[in-house]
Ligand binder design. Structure first.
Ligand code: GLA
Length: 378
């Protein structure tokens, strides 16, 4: 990827720049909990967005997306927002840095990525984090704190891309560490690294991409968040982090059936993340897997962010004796994440490919998980 970017940069701009990369993420458990002040448990993966960037001495940003073969130029004032959705991620990051009193001036860049788009692996957070990290290095002497870089990415989604996302994806992309998952408390923003050595205990993590494209922009994602906020307000708490089932049930009559189900899922998921962290400390992978299946059930039936293809993959996982399986990320398509014992792995992959192909006419993409480092300069 680096060579390809380098060649394109040279051809287009006639010089060279510095290289930066930031990864996509997985999430073991803790889905749709971030914007509810709950816990998440993500890790960065070995698939990145990479950019070569050179300061150009003007007040214009000139961007070429190698994967989309698309070129866009924009200025750095609010009125200069580009139309192209992909360019708005970069424009948003520039604006959010400037709004916070940071410096961004004109630059040339070529970028490319290996994070599959719309697969629930946070390609957009990888793109935001790559530029937030790079512009901090190039124009701000790395004075912007790492957490602020993640918040810059999140604000970009809110203010320039129409997704009211939580902080998990940008946090994971910026803070990722090799072989470690991270438990983040999205209320206090305290986090801890958890070395994740499933392989030492005979397990693998693998993603199966249904290739049903999920699209969070203008999606029911924002509606889910609104449901949760509505219930929190009705219960008189700041976020659902501070609610429990007894409180929810006591207010049952004043909450719509739909909102009730959404909140029930979130309250259950909060506890499941804690259970998984505790189980991992004891290398109790059976409990980890059980909680993953429960999360899938909740996301499918109560939160209603699954789809037929992902439910199908989840059923196949169960049939094959996979330890844990669930839809991962925002939902509405994308991947399942599967915790599989080594001795079941080959049969599971073969069966999932075959059965999915028979039913949907194409195989799911198999993506082995490698937990890797976060945003960095090359
Ligand atoms: C998307 C959002 C995250 C998070 C997940 C669901 O990836 O960007 O903030 O809410 O969905 O857990």
């Amino acid at each position: 990827m680096k060579e390809r970017i380098s060649k394109l940069f040279q051809e287009r701009f006639g010089n060279t720049g510095s290289f930066y990369a930031s990864p996509g993420r997985i999430n073991l458990i803790g889905e749709h909990t971030d914007y509810n002040g709950g816990f998440v448990f993500p890790g960065a993966i070995d698939k990145c967005i990479m950019a070569e960037i050179n300061i150009n001495g003007t007040d214009r940003v000139r961007v070429y997306s190698a994967d989309m073969d698309s070129y866009v130029e924009f200025g750095l004032e609010e009125k200069d927002a580009p139309q192209e959705q992909w360019a708005r991620y970069i424009f948003g990051v520039c604006r959010e840095i400037i709004k916070r009193g940071g410096v961004v001036k004109g630059f040339d860049t070529v970028f490319a990525g290996e994070v599959p788009l719309g697969a629930g692996l946070s390609s957009s957070a990888a793109l935001e984090s790559c530029f937030a990290f790079a512009l901090n290095d190039l124009f701000n002497e790395n004075k912007i704190e790492k957490f602020e870089l993640a918040l810059i990415g999140q604000s970009t989604e809110h203010n320039y891309c129409g997704v009211n996302c939580g902080i998990m994806d940008q946090f994971a992309s910026v803070f990722g560490k090799e072989s470690c998952l991270m438990r983040l408390d999205c209320r206090s923003l305290e986090y801890a690294y958890y070395p994740f050595h499933a392989a030492d205990h005979g397990y693998k993590l693998v993603l199966l991409n249904s290739k049903v494209k999920h699209e969070l922009v203008d999606s029911p994602y924002n509606k889910r968040r609104e449901s949760c906020e509505r219930v929190a307000k009705q219960l008189g708490v700041e976020t659902l982090r501070d609610a429990d089932m007894a409180m929810l049930d006591a207010a049952r009559d004043s909450i719509s059936d739909e909102d009730y189900k959404r909140a029930r899922y979130v309250i259950g998921e909060k506890q499941r993340v804690l259970d998984v962290c505790e189980a991992l400390e004891k290398n109790d992978f059976a409990t980890v897997g059980e909680r993953m299946y429960q999360t899938h059930e909740g996301l499918s039936k109560d939160y209603e962010v699954s789809c037929e293809e992902l439910d199908f993959l989840n059923d196949v996982a169960r049939e094959c004796g996979v330890t844990g399986s669930r839809i991962m990320g925002g939902g509405f398509g994308g991947c399942t994440i599967n915790l599989v014992r080594d001795d079941k792995y080959d049969a599971f992959i073969a069966t999932a490919k075959q059965k999915f192909n028979d039913k949907y006419g194409h195989e799911p993409e198999v993506i082995p998980v490698v937990i890797s480092e976060g945003a960095h300069k090359l």
